[in-house]
Design a protein around this ligand. Structure first.
Ligand code: HEC
Length: 214
């Protein structure tokens, strides 16, 4: 295409404005155009690999099976035990222990050396049930010797628990970790609650507990 002249040709008719029109076109910038920028091939391959890996992961992951992690309870474990007609549902002493005591005395019942005394093989646990119940009802603070070691900590009171709950947790700690002592009944807890009504605040260590004994 021949380059259009900048000026109207000499002698051009007044209505022949083609030349000046071309000049205006040349003055303007070119219209912007969209250029084609394809994704780099390695990025496309990376995306494809990620997608394939994701599909494989979902397909290969077992679902609906018992969890290998967590506390491994299933829905069946969480359902309250079906109580026999008329009976009050059984209270799980071990579960109560896990919720109320294990933070200090540990699930192993071994306590934490120098801080929280052991319950496994502890003379206070397998000894007189009245003393044991009293510790739970009112708490304990001051020096106490457990399995030859002296502790001086603070054991909170659990008097707000129901008689049945205290009986269940004490029966549990008296029968696990090799402990072998008679179960504690809710009636014993009730009787001891009444007998120690005058006790305000925690017992002052082992000496105060010994005074309770037979
Ligand atoms: C906050 C921590 C803590 C929690 C929770 C706790 N205890 Fe204790 N417990 C102690 C400490 C500390 C002592 C020792 C107190 C002392 O030194 O006078 C103790 C002492 C005892 C004793 C007497 C000593 C022994 O080891 O035989 C018994 C029995 C006992 N606890 C049972 C329980 C039970 C059952 C529960 C749950 C219902 C429980 N404790 C929850 C801290 C705790």
């Amino acid at each position: 295409m021949a380059t259009p002249p900048d000026k109207p040709r000499p002698g051009a008719a007044p209505d022949d404005f083609a030349a000046s029109e071309f000049a205006a076109m040349r003055r303007e910038n070119a219209d912007p155009d969209e250029k084609v920028h394809p994704l780099p091939w390695f990025f496309i391959m990376f995306l494809g690999a990620m997608g394939m890996w994701g599909a494989f992961y979902i397909a290969a992951t077992p679902s609906g099976e018992a969890s290998a992690y967590g506390d491994q309870r299933t829905v069946a474990n969480l359902r309250p035990p079906v109580a026999a007609a008329g009976a009050t549902p059984a209270i799980d002493g071990k579960q109560l222990f896990g919720a109320k005591c294990a933070a200090c005395h540990q699930a192993s019942g071994l306590g934490v050396a120098g801080v929280f005394p052991p319950l496994a093989g502890a003379e206070w646990v397998v000894g007189d049930e009245k003393v044991l119940i009293s510790i739970l009802l009112h708490g304990l603070q001051g020096e106490i010797v457990v399995k030859g070691n002296t502790y001086k900590g603070v054991m909170p009171a659990f008097g707000t628990l129901a008689d049945e709950e205290i009986a269940a947790v004490l029966t549990y700690i008296r029968s696990d970790w090799g402990n072998q002592a008679a179960p504690v009944t809710p009636a014993s807890v009730k009787a001891q609650r009444e007998a120690t009504q005058a006790q305000m605040g925690p017992y002052d260590g082992g000496a105060a507990l010994k005074a309770l004994g037979p």
